[in-house]
Structure formats: C-alpha cells, structure tokens
Design a protein around this ligand. Structure first.
Ligand SMILES: C[S@@+](CC[C@H](N)C(=O)[O-])C[C@H]1O[C@@H](n2cnc3c(N)ncnc32)[C@H](O)[C@@H]1O
Length: 207
C-alpha cells in the first residue's frame, strides 16, 4: 500500500470509530495546509505546536518551513493516530493527551511557551464551554506576539456551535483574521489567524 493510501485508510478508520472526535472523513488538503502553515516562521528557532495532528497532513508542511533549531510538537488524543505518527513521522515530538490539559502536557515536555499554535481540532463539534476552556489553554501557552491558526468548515458556518466558536475567538484574542475561504478541501474550509491573547481571557494561575 502506498503511504498516502495508508494515511487515508488510518484516518478513515479512526473517523468511523470516533466521528465526533476526528470531525472529518479525509485529512486536510495540501491547499489548506499551505494556507494554514503560512504563519510558521521559516527562520529563527520558534516552537510550533500542532493540536490534533491526526495522520499528520499539516505536520509535513510545517516541518518543511522550519529552520534547524526550531521545535515542532504535536498533541493528539487518539492513541492509534499517535502510533501512526510515531511510525510515519519520527521527527515529530508527539504528546499523547487531551489538549484541554495543555499546560500540564507542556510542563511534562519541559515547554514553557510556544510561538505558534496550529489547531485542526474539530471545534464546532465541541460544546461552547469546552471550546472556551481549550482556547484559554492555548492563549495561556502562547508568547505575547504568538499566533493561533485554526480551521473551520464553510459548511458549518450557520451552526450555533460555529457562531459560538467565532465569538469565543474574538473574546480570547485581540485580533481575529478570517482568511479567505479555501475551496479545494473536503469540506471547503475557512482559516482563522488569531493574535494577541487578551489578558482577561487568561486566569492569573495560567499567566
Ligand atoms: C479533523 S482531524 C485533523 C487531522 C489533521 N491535522 C488534518 O488536518 O488532516 C482532528 C484531529 O484532532 C484530534 N483531537 C480531537 N480532540 C482532541 C483533543 N481534545 N486533544 C487533542 N487532539 C484532539 C482527533 O483525534 C483528530 O486526529
């Protein structure tokens, strides 16, 4: 089996077993990957964190942008995906766990703060209080001039959970830029780039 087919088969098998956690039937397209990873610095030694790497559709494009000395971590909740990543992308620092406990997971990996977070967690399948908890965790680990980029699907824009998520982005970050839609993805995607976590979105304990 080719590596692409193996990736799709692994992804689909997990999507069937855990539909609400995986939240898609196919890995993200390379068109979305290009758009979502454009915020990754191609020089210096940033720490880049992926949330929900799945089978790693964004991991390769991120890694290709990074210069020597950069650090690339990924937090994935699904043990099968983690095993797949260990085998197929040995250069990726994969942490098995729930991103809701991000601070704890990063402490265990001796990571203080990160420069970039790229999330493809299926936000709009999460209840609004969980969306906010997760966003607060992200805001608390970002450096002050850090950036979060994330993906939503155009097909879910009308859903209350999507509207709740976009409102939570605006409550958590000072700048929220919806980038243009990317049609060459199944389903078509919209990417958000968020900067400057608001001080009042992060509790003093998290700071
Ligand atoms: C839509 S898939 C995206 C996979 C891949 N990044 C891509 O773009 O093709 C969502 C991934 O997020 C993971 N995930 C969902 N909830 C999570 C959580 N709370 N913590 C960490 N990973 C999570 C799922 O297991 C799945 O691998």
């Amino acid at each position: 089996m080719s590596s692409t087919l193996r990736e799709y088969a692994t992804f689909l098998a997990r999507a069937v077993r855990q539909p609400t956690r995986v939240g898609a039937v196919l890995p993200t397209s390379r068109h979305v990957a290009t758009a979502v990873t454009a915020v990754v610095p191609s020089f210096g030694s940033p720490t880049v964190l992926e949330l929900g790497p799945g089978t790693g559709a964004l991991s390769g494009p991120i890694q290709r942008r990074l210069a020597e000395g950069a650090r690339h971590l990924a937090v994935e909740i699904d043990p099968e995906m983690v095993r797949y990543l260990h085998r197929s992308k040995p250069w990726l620092e994969v942490i098995e766990g729930d991103a809701t406990h991000l601070r704890e997971l990063l402490d265990a990996a001796a990571v203080e703060q990160v420069d970039v977070v790229i999330s493809s967690i299926p936000w709009t399948l999460l209840p609004p209080d969980r969306q906010r908890t997760l966003l607060r965790e992200v805001a608390a680990v970002l450096v002050p001039d850090g950036v979060l980029t994330t993906i939503t699907y155009l097909t879910t824009l009308w859903r209350p959970n999507t509207r709740a998520f976009v409102a939570a982005l605006h409550d958590t970050f000072d700048e929220v830029l919806p980038r243009t839609a990317v049609w060459r993805n199944l389903p078509p995607a919209r990417i958000y780039a968020c900067r400057r976590p608001k001080a009042d979105s992060v509790t003093p304990r998290q700071r």
